[in-house]
Write a protein of this length. Structure first.
Length: 372
């Protein structure tokens, strides 16, 4: 290897290391690193698969995919299996591997989906840090059917850097989630020990005042104060429950059922498909479900709600329906309440789809779809 090539590879690794060191969000980091890798190596096409422990993969980043692979919103890349993912899941793909024929491109060619622009093969490199594995880095160029050993070594070095950065970002995100949970628990305790107790005392005081007073007007005033205090106490208990939900370890539906009972709602549930969900998705669905149930109690003016949870290997769908008063809404306009906008934001944060249907006098249906 010449000194010039050594200097070039050191420069490439340095630039990528700087990008990885600054990154705090996995997807943007992967996209930027992939772009930089292609720029400095002269390669033309690249993509990154992140692969879960259950073997499911997702297209996390890509650059300059040919039409054959990018067609229909990257459908071929997001579905099905291939040589590299299969070998990765079997744990037989442990280092940078020379050019292999791409089964996804072959499928696109066979089905006449689009042009492959001369991309027929690619190199594949596992992303890992120590014993932890995260996915695959794939790169290629038009009409390139072979990678030199030095090129594979460079790709493997980059892959190690990416794997180490993914581990760092994952650990940081976990720490942030734990810190957020601890803060929610602290706030829930503070609300319970202070505001909740004050409202309870106010309700008792108003009740005592009502019983001691003989004047009708004063008695009515105390009754009104007691009613308001009890309503505020119910709202506060629901808020504390949202901050620190109990029973999520028993499952999403069980937890939502408990929250519905707290609100005085009866909830009819239908559950189909697999029941185990990733923690982040289950937490998001819980928060969305809580907001939807609160809306049913506050605005729909009903005591009954239908909840449907359907899960496949790739998608979870949560539908919450009531037959309450409904409201006028068109998808061409902004969502009418902060609660609905918050539900949509939580859904879209997980690359999901949020939709709501409502008509005055005919109820409301909220539908959430989140990919797994």
């Amino acid at each position: 290897m010449t000194i010039r090539r050594i200097d070039k590879e050191i420069h490439i690794l340095k630039e990528i290391a700087e990008l990885l060191n600054e990154g705090t969000d996995i997807i943007p980091v992967l996209q930027e690193v992939l772009k930089k890798l292609l720029d400095v190596t002269g390669l033309k096409v690249g993509w990154v698969f992140l692969i879960e422990d259950n073997g499911m993969h997702r297209l996390a980043a890509h650059q300059s995919l040919p039409p054959a692979l990018a067609n229909e919103q990257d459908r071929i890349m997001c579905q099905g299996n291939c040589w590299c993912v299969d070998r990765y899941n079997r744990k037989t793909l442990t280092k940078a591997t020379n050019i292999i024929e791409c089964a996804r491109i072959e499928e696109a060619i066979e089905n006449n989906i689009g042009s492959h622009l001369g991309i027929t093969h690619h190199a594949t490199v596992p992303l890992r840090a120590g014993d932890e594995r995260f996915g695959l880095l794939n790169v290629g160029s038009p009409h390139k059917t072979h990678f030199e050993a030095s090129e594979l070594d460079l790709l493997e070095s980059v892959a190690y850097q990416i794997g180490t950065a993914l581990k760092r970002i994952t650990l940081t995100q976990r720490e942030q989630e734990h810190a957020l949970l601890a803060e929610r628990n602290r706030l829930a305790r503070d609300l319970h020990d202070s505001v909740n107790q004050l409202l309870f005392s106010l309700s008792l005081t108003a009740r005592a005042g009502k019983e001691l007073s003989e004047e009708k007007q004063v008695n009515q005033t105390f009754s009104h104060i007691q009613k308001l205090a009890q309503e505020a106490l119910g709202e506060m208990r629901a808020l504390i429950w949202q901050l620190r939900p109990r029973g999520l370890e028993c499952g999403l539906i069980s937890t939502l059922t408990g929250y519905a009972e707290l609100l005085g709602l009866t909830m009819n549930t239908t559950v189909t498909g697999i029941t185990s969900l990733p923690g982040k998705i289950e937490e998001a669905l819980l928060r969305i479900g809580q907001e939807a149930l609160s809306n049913c109690k506050k605005h729909a003016q009903v005591n009954h709600v239908e909840v449907n949870l359907h899960t496949t290997s790739r998608l979870v769908t949560l539908t919450i329906t009531d037959n309450g008063c409904g409201f006028s809404y068109s998808k061409d306009f902004n969502l009418p309440s902060l609660g609905l906008r918050t539900m949509r934001e939580r859904t879209e944060d997980l690359q999901g789809q949020f939709s709501v249907k409502s008509l005055q006098g005919k109820g409301t249906s909220i539908n959430i779809k989140i990919p797994l």
